[in-house]
Design a protein around this ligand. Structure first.
Ligand code: ZN
Length: 381
Protein backbone atom coordinates (compact mmCIF):
# COMPACT_ATOMS: atom_id res chain seq x y z
CA UNK A 1 0.00 0.00 0.00
CA UNK A 2 1.30 3.41 -0.92
CA UNK A 3 1.53 6.01 1.85
CA UNK A 4 0.99 9.32 0.10
CA UNK A 5 2.36 11.11 -2.88
CA UNK A 6 3.08 14.60 -4.17
CA UNK A 7 -0.40 14.65 -5.71
CA UNK A 8 -1.97 14.02 -2.29
CA UNK A 9 -0.06 16.96 -0.85
CA UNK A 10 -1.14 19.17 -3.73
CA UNK A 11 -4.75 18.12 -3.27
CA UNK A 12 -4.55 18.95 0.44
CA UNK A 13 -2.96 22.32 -0.25
CA UNK A 14 -5.76 23.19 -2.65
CA UNK A 15 -8.59 22.31 -0.23
CA UNK A 16 -11.14 25.12 -0.01
CA UNK A 17 -12.45 25.36 3.54
CA UNK A 18 -13.12 29.08 3.90
CA UNK A 19 -14.24 30.55 6.21
CA UNK A 20 -13.51 27.49 8.36
CA UNK A 21 -10.15 26.31 9.63
CA UNK A 22 -8.39 22.96 9.40
CA UNK A 23 -7.02 20.90 12.28
CA UNK A 24 -3.83 19.05 11.32
CA UNK A 25 -2.35 16.41 13.60
CA UNK A 26 0.95 14.54 13.32
CA UNK A 27 1.71 11.69 15.65
CA UNK A 28 4.75 9.46 15.94
CA UNK A 29 3.51 5.89 16.37
CA UNK A 30 6.96 4.34 16.02
CA UNK A 31 6.91 1.42 18.43
CA UNK A 32 10.67 0.97 18.18
CA UNK A 33 11.13 4.38 19.83
CA UNK A 34 8.38 4.27 22.49
CA UNK A 35 5.90 1.94 24.15
CA UNK A 36 2.23 1.77 23.17
CA UNK A 37 1.42 3.40 26.48
CA UNK A 38 3.75 6.31 25.80
CA UNK A 39 2.24 6.83 22.33
CA UNK A 40 -1.26 6.94 23.83
CA UNK A 41 -0.12 9.36 26.52
CA UNK A 42 1.64 11.63 24.03
CA UNK A 43 -1.52 11.74 21.96
CA UNK A 44 -3.67 12.53 24.98
CA UNK A 45 -1.34 15.41 25.89
CA UNK A 46 -1.40 16.68 22.33
CA UNK A 47 -5.21 16.84 22.32
CA UNK A 48 -5.31 18.41 25.80
CA UNK A 49 -2.82 21.05 24.75
CA UNK A 50 -4.93 21.61 21.59
CA UNK A 51 -8.07 22.23 23.65
CA UNK A 52 -6.18 24.77 25.72
CA UNK A 53 -4.90 26.58 22.69
CA UNK A 54 -8.34 26.51 21.04
CA UNK A 55 -9.93 28.36 23.96
CA UNK A 56 -7.42 31.19 23.60
CA UNK A 57 -7.88 31.65 19.82
CA UNK A 58 -9.61 34.82 18.65
CA UNK A 59 -12.06 33.28 16.20
CA UNK A 60 -15.83 33.37 15.71
CA UNK A 61 -18.22 30.80 17.16
CA UNK A 62 -18.75 28.78 13.95
CA UNK A 63 -15.05 28.31 13.34
CA UNK A 64 -14.54 27.47 16.99
CA UNK A 65 -17.18 24.74 17.06
CA UNK A 66 -15.87 23.21 13.82
CA UNK A 67 -12.38 22.96 15.37
CA UNK A 68 -13.88 21.57 18.56
CA UNK A 69 -15.56 18.78 16.57
CA UNK A 70 -12.25 18.17 14.78
CA UNK A 71 -10.57 17.45 18.11
CA UNK A 72 -13.41 15.14 19.07
CA UNK A 73 -13.33 13.21 15.77
CA UNK A 74 -9.54 12.96 15.69
CA UNK A 75 -9.45 11.83 19.28
CA UNK A 76 -11.98 9.08 18.61
CA UNK A 77 -10.36 7.94 15.41
CA UNK A 78 -6.86 7.69 16.87
CA UNK A 79 -8.03 5.91 20.04
CA UNK A 80 -9.60 3.21 17.87
CA UNK A 81 -6.64 3.05 15.51
CA UNK A 82 -3.69 3.00 17.91
CA UNK A 83 -3.75 -0.70 18.80
CA UNK A 84 -3.61 -1.88 15.22
CA UNK A 85 -1.28 0.86 14.01
CA UNK A 86 1.81 -0.73 12.43
CA UNK A 87 3.22 2.30 10.68
CA UNK A 88 5.70 4.64 12.36
CA UNK A 89 3.55 7.73 11.94
CA UNK A 90 0.07 9.10 11.46
CA UNK A 91 -1.21 12.33 9.91
CA UNK A 92 -4.80 13.59 10.18
CA UNK A 93 -6.54 16.55 8.58
CA UNK A 94 -10.01 17.58 9.61
CA UNK A 95 -12.47 20.35 8.84
CA UNK A 96 -15.73 19.21 10.40
CA UNK A 97 -17.87 22.05 9.05
CA UNK A 98 -16.93 20.99 5.51
CA UNK A 99 -17.09 17.26 6.20
CA UNK A 100 -13.39 16.79 5.55
CA UNK A 101 -11.52 14.05 7.40
CA UNK A 102 -8.37 12.60 5.83
CA UNK A 103 -5.75 10.36 7.38
CA UNK A 104 -2.40 9.09 6.14
CA UNK A 105 -0.03 6.51 7.51
CA UNK A 106 3.54 7.77 7.46
CA UNK A 107 6.64 5.72 6.61
CA UNK A 108 8.75 7.83 8.97
CA UNK A 109 7.94 9.16 12.46
CA UNK A 110 7.02 12.88 12.45
CA UNK A 111 7.30 15.32 15.34
CA UNK A 112 4.12 15.25 17.39
CA UNK A 113 2.08 18.33 16.69
CA UNK A 114 -1.38 19.78 16.41
CA UNK A 115 -1.99 22.83 14.25
CA UNK A 116 -5.09 25.02 13.82
CA UNK A 117 -4.89 27.06 10.67
CA UNK A 118 -7.08 28.26 7.78
CA UNK A 119 -5.07 25.78 5.64
CA UNK A 120 -3.94 22.18 6.12
CA UNK A 121 -0.43 22.04 7.58
CA UNK A 122 1.41 19.89 5.02
CA UNK A 123 5.04 20.82 5.75
CA UNK A 124 5.86 17.55 7.59
CA UNK A 125 4.50 15.56 4.62
CA UNK A 126 6.83 17.44 2.28
CA UNK A 127 9.76 16.81 4.63
CA UNK A 128 8.99 13.07 4.66
CA UNK A 129 8.59 12.98 0.89
CA UNK A 130 12.01 14.58 0.51
CA UNK A 131 13.62 11.73 2.45
CA UNK A 132 12.73 9.19 -0.20
CA UNK A 133 13.74 8.64 -3.79
CA UNK A 134 11.62 7.08 -6.48
CA UNK A 135 13.72 4.08 -7.41
CA UNK A 136 13.45 1.80 -10.40
CA UNK A 137 15.25 -1.49 -9.77
CA UNK A 138 16.01 -3.52 -12.88
CA UNK A 139 16.85 -7.20 -12.52
CA UNK A 140 18.49 -8.35 -15.72
CA UNK A 141 19.56 -11.69 -17.18
CA UNK A 142 20.63 -12.78 -20.66
CA UNK A 143 17.06 -13.34 -21.74
CA UNK A 144 14.85 -11.80 -19.08
CA UNK A 145 14.28 -8.47 -17.38
CA UNK A 146 12.05 -7.42 -14.49
CA UNK A 147 11.43 -3.84 -13.30
CA UNK A 148 10.43 -2.94 -9.75
CA UNK A 149 9.32 0.39 -8.39
CA UNK A 150 10.48 1.09 -4.83
CA UNK A 151 9.25 4.20 -3.04
CA UNK A 152 8.80 5.06 0.64
CA UNK A 153 9.62 1.57 1.76
CA UNK A 154 7.09 -0.07 -0.57
CA UNK A 155 7.85 -2.18 -3.64
CA UNK A 156 5.82 -3.32 -6.64
CA UNK A 157 6.54 -5.00 -9.96
CA UNK A 158 6.29 -2.56 -12.85
CA UNK A 159 6.63 -5.09 -15.63
CA UNK A 160 8.73 -7.95 -16.96
CA UNK A 161 10.09 -8.96 -20.33
CA UNK A 162 11.37 -12.20 -21.78
CA UNK A 163 13.30 -12.35 -25.06
CA UNK A 164 13.82 -15.24 -27.41
CA UNK A 165 17.51 -15.95 -26.81
CA UNK A 166 18.75 -19.44 -27.75
CA UNK A 167 20.63 -21.45 -25.10
CA UNK A 168 24.42 -21.49 -24.95
CA UNK A 169 26.40 -23.89 -27.13
CA UNK A 170 26.87 -27.16 -25.30
CA UNK A 171 30.54 -27.81 -24.70
CA UNK A 172 31.93 -30.35 -27.11
CA UNK A 173 28.71 -30.18 -29.14
CA UNK A 174 30.21 -28.26 -32.02
CA UNK A 175 33.70 -27.43 -32.98
CA UNK A 176 35.68 -24.83 -34.84
CA UNK A 177 34.06 -22.48 -37.30
CA UNK A 178 30.51 -23.76 -36.83
CA UNK A 179 30.67 -23.32 -33.04
CA UNK A 180 31.96 -19.75 -33.35
CA UNK A 181 29.21 -18.90 -35.83
CA UNK A 182 26.50 -20.14 -33.49
CA UNK A 183 28.08 -18.31 -30.57
CA UNK A 184 27.97 -15.05 -32.53
CA UNK A 185 24.38 -15.72 -33.47
CA UNK A 186 23.43 -16.11 -29.79
CA UNK A 187 25.36 -13.01 -28.77
CA UNK A 188 23.44 -11.01 -31.38
CA UNK A 189 20.21 -12.17 -29.73
CA UNK A 190 21.51 -11.14 -26.29
CA UNK A 191 22.52 -7.77 -27.70
CA UNK A 192 19.01 -7.23 -29.11
CA UNK A 193 17.55 -8.20 -25.77
CA UNK A 194 19.74 -5.70 -23.90
CA UNK A 195 18.87 -2.97 -26.39
CA UNK A 196 15.17 -3.66 -25.92
CA UNK A 197 15.58 -3.55 -22.12
CA UNK A 198 17.52 -0.29 -22.19
CA UNK A 199 14.89 1.30 -24.42
CA UNK A 200 12.06 0.14 -22.18
CA UNK A 201 13.90 1.36 -19.06
CA UNK A 202 14.18 4.81 -20.59
CA UNK A 203 10.45 4.85 -21.42
CA UNK A 204 9.57 3.80 -17.87
CA UNK A 205 11.77 6.57 -16.50
CA UNK A 206 10.13 9.22 -18.64
CA UNK A 207 6.68 7.99 -17.72
CA UNK A 208 7.13 7.54 -13.95
CA UNK A 209 9.65 10.29 -13.11
CA UNK A 210 12.03 8.01 -11.21
CA UNK A 211 15.02 9.58 -9.46
CA UNK A 212 17.37 6.62 -9.31
CA UNK A 213 18.08 3.43 -11.22
CA UNK A 214 19.41 0.35 -9.41
CA UNK A 215 20.59 -2.65 -11.36
CA UNK A 216 20.98 -6.34 -10.58
CA UNK A 217 22.94 -8.38 -13.12
CA UNK A 218 26.17 -10.30 -13.68
CA UNK A 219 29.37 -8.29 -14.21
CA UNK A 220 29.78 -9.57 -17.74
CA UNK A 221 26.29 -8.50 -18.70
CA UNK A 222 26.84 -5.05 -17.23
CA UNK A 223 29.83 -4.50 -19.51
CA UNK A 224 27.56 -5.11 -22.50
CA UNK A 225 24.53 -3.33 -21.08
CA UNK A 226 25.90 -0.09 -19.68
CA UNK A 227 27.07 1.41 -23.02
CA UNK A 228 23.52 0.87 -24.35
CA UNK A 229 21.97 3.07 -21.65
CA UNK A 230 20.79 6.56 -22.50
CA UNK A 231 23.07 9.26 -20.98
CA UNK A 232 20.16 10.35 -18.83
CA UNK A 233 19.96 6.85 -17.34
CA UNK A 234 23.72 6.50 -16.91
CA UNK A 235 23.61 9.56 -14.66
CA UNK A 236 20.82 8.02 -12.60
CA UNK A 237 22.34 4.57 -12.30
CA UNK A 238 23.27 4.87 -8.64
CA UNK A 239 24.27 1.35 -7.75
CA UNK A 240 23.90 -2.38 -8.03
CA UNK A 241 22.17 -4.88 -5.82
CA UNK A 242 22.58 -8.65 -5.61
CA UNK A 243 19.45 -10.28 -7.00
CA UNK A 244 18.23 -12.74 -9.62
CA UNK A 245 15.14 -12.85 -11.81
CA UNK A 246 13.62 -15.62 -9.68
CA UNK A 247 14.02 -13.71 -6.39
CA UNK A 248 10.97 -12.68 -4.38
CA UNK A 249 9.75 -9.09 -4.28
CA UNK A 250 10.59 -9.04 -0.55
CA UNK A 251 14.24 -9.74 -1.33
CA UNK A 252 14.35 -7.06 -4.07
CA UNK A 253 12.70 -4.58 -1.72
CA UNK A 254 15.15 -5.25 1.10
CA UNK A 255 18.24 -5.01 -1.13
CA UNK A 256 16.95 -1.81 -2.74
CA UNK A 257 16.08 -0.09 0.55
CA UNK A 258 19.42 -1.09 2.12
CA UNK A 259 21.25 0.52 -0.78
CA UNK A 260 19.00 3.60 -0.68
CA UNK A 261 19.78 4.12 3.03
CA UNK A 262 23.50 3.63 2.42
CA UNK A 263 23.57 6.12 -0.47
CA UNK A 264 21.51 8.65 1.45
CA UNK A 265 23.84 8.41 4.45
CA UNK A 266 26.86 8.89 2.17
CA UNK A 267 25.23 11.90 0.56
CA UNK A 268 24.47 13.44 3.98
CA UNK A 269 28.00 12.78 5.25
CA UNK A 270 29.49 14.42 2.18
CA UNK A 271 27.28 17.50 2.60
CA UNK A 272 28.18 17.83 6.29
CA UNK A 273 31.89 17.38 5.53
CA UNK A 274 31.74 20.02 2.82
CA UNK A 275 29.97 22.32 5.29
CA UNK A 276 32.57 21.82 8.03
CA UNK A 277 35.46 22.29 5.60
CA UNK A 278 33.93 25.60 4.43
CA UNK A 279 33.33 26.69 8.00
CA UNK A 280 36.91 25.97 9.06
CA UNK A 281 38.24 27.76 5.99
CA UNK A 282 36.08 30.81 6.81
CA UNK A 283 33.96 30.34 3.68
CA UNK A 284 30.36 31.26 2.84
CA UNK A 285 28.66 29.31 5.60
CA UNK A 286 27.20 29.90 9.05
CA UNK A 287 26.59 27.47 11.91
CA UNK A 288 24.15 27.50 14.81
CA UNK A 289 20.52 28.52 15.10
CA UNK A 290 20.94 32.24 15.81
CA UNK A 291 23.19 32.95 12.80
CA UNK A 292 21.18 30.67 10.52
CA UNK A 293 17.93 32.48 11.38
CA UNK A 294 19.63 35.82 10.73
CA UNK A 295 20.75 34.68 7.28
CA UNK A 296 17.31 33.24 6.50
CA UNK A 297 15.80 36.59 7.44
CA UNK A 298 18.26 38.26 5.06
CA UNK A 299 17.27 35.86 2.30
CA UNK A 300 20.91 34.81 2.03
CA UNK A 301 20.61 31.03 2.40
CA UNK A 302 21.54 28.84 -0.54
CA UNK A 303 21.19 25.48 1.23
CA UNK A 304 19.87 24.85 4.72
CA UNK A 305 21.26 21.96 6.77
CA UNK A 306 19.32 20.78 9.78
CA UNK A 307 19.49 17.76 12.05
CA UNK A 308 16.31 15.74 11.63
CA UNK A 309 13.72 16.49 14.36
CA UNK A 310 15.88 19.21 15.96
CA UNK A 311 13.46 21.53 17.72
CA UNK A 312 13.60 24.67 19.88
CA UNK A 313 11.23 27.47 20.84
CA UNK A 314 11.76 31.00 19.60
CA UNK A 315 9.97 34.11 18.39
CA UNK A 316 8.72 35.50 15.09
CA UNK A 317 7.26 38.65 13.59
CA UNK A 318 4.01 37.77 11.80
CA UNK A 319 4.05 41.03 9.83
CA UNK A 320 7.60 40.79 8.44
CA UNK A 321 7.90 36.97 8.50
CA UNK A 322 11.18 37.27 10.37
CA UNK A 323 12.45 34.64 12.81
CA UNK A 324 14.33 35.15 16.06
CA UNK A 325 15.63 33.29 19.07
CA UNK A 326 14.95 35.93 21.76
CA UNK A 327 13.91 39.32 20.31
CA UNK A 328 10.76 40.58 22.03
CA UNK A 329 10.41 43.37 19.49
CA UNK A 330 10.86 43.06 15.73
CA UNK A 331 13.95 45.12 14.75
CA UNK A 332 12.37 45.81 11.37
CA UNK A 333 8.84 47.07 12.25
CA UNK A 334 9.25 47.59 16.03
CA UNK A 335 6.08 45.60 16.75
CA UNK A 336 6.05 42.94 19.46
CA UNK A 337 7.09 39.45 18.25
CA UNK A 338 5.09 36.31 18.97
CA UNK A 339 6.19 33.07 20.57
CA UNK A 340 6.87 30.11 18.26
CA UNK A 341 6.81 26.70 19.91
CA UNK A 342 9.26 25.40 17.31
CA UNK A 343 11.39 28.01 15.57
CA UNK A 344 13.35 25.33 13.66
CA UNK A 345 10.12 24.26 12.05
CA UNK A 346 9.33 27.89 11.21
CA UNK A 347 12.78 28.11 9.62
CA UNK A 348 12.02 25.06 7.46
CA UNK A 349 8.75 26.67 6.45
CA UNK A 350 10.41 29.95 5.53
CA UNK A 351 13.05 28.09 3.51
CA UNK A 352 10.33 26.20 1.67
CA UNK A 353 8.43 29.41 0.99
CA UNK A 354 11.56 30.86 -0.62
CA UNK A 355 12.31 27.72 -2.64
CA UNK A 356 15.51 27.29 -0.68
CA UNK A 357 16.62 23.63 -0.62
CA UNK A 358 16.87 21.89 2.74
CA UNK A 359 18.98 18.86 3.70
CA UNK A 360 17.71 17.06 6.76
CA UNK A 361 20.63 15.25 8.36
CA UNK A 362 20.05 11.99 10.24
CA UNK A 363 21.57 12.17 13.73
CA UNK A 364 24.10 11.42 15.03
CA UNK A 365 26.31 13.38 12.65
CA UNK A 366 29.13 15.91 12.89
CA UNK A 367 26.53 18.66 12.45
CA UNK A 368 25.51 18.01 16.08
CA UNK A 369 28.79 19.63 17.19
CA UNK A 370 27.98 22.79 15.23
CA UNK A 371 24.61 23.59 16.76
CA UNK A 372 22.62 21.03 14.70
CA UNK A 373 21.81 23.61 12.05
CA UNK A 374 23.73 25.67 9.50
CA UNK A 375 23.58 27.13 6.05
CA UNK A 376 25.54 27.59 2.86
CA UNK A 377 25.16 31.26 1.89
CA UNK A 378 24.76 33.09 -1.39
CA UNK A 379 27.28 35.74 -0.39
CA UNK A 380 29.52 36.39 2.58
CA UNK A 381 28.13 38.74 5.18
ZN1 ZN B 1 8.31 42.96 11.96
Amino acid sequence: MAYFDREDIEKLSLLKTEPYWVTSVFLSTDKSLQSKKEIALNFKNLIAEGRNRLSSLEINKEIFSSLESDLENISQHVSLQLNSQHHPGLALFSCSAKGIFTTYNLPHPPRNRLVFDPNPYVRPLIAILERYHRILTLVLSRREAKWYKVFMGEASVVESLSSDVPGKVREGGWEGYESKRIERHIEAHVHDHLKKVSQRTFELFKKNKFDWLFLACEDKLLTDFEPLLHTYLKERLKGRIKAKIADTIEKIKKETIDLEIKLKKEEEDQTVQRFIAELEAGGNVVAGLKETLRQLNNNNVQLLLVTHNFSRNGRFCPACQLLFLEEKECPSCQKPTKEASDIVDEALGLAMLRNCPVRQITPPSKLDRYGKIGAFLHYKS
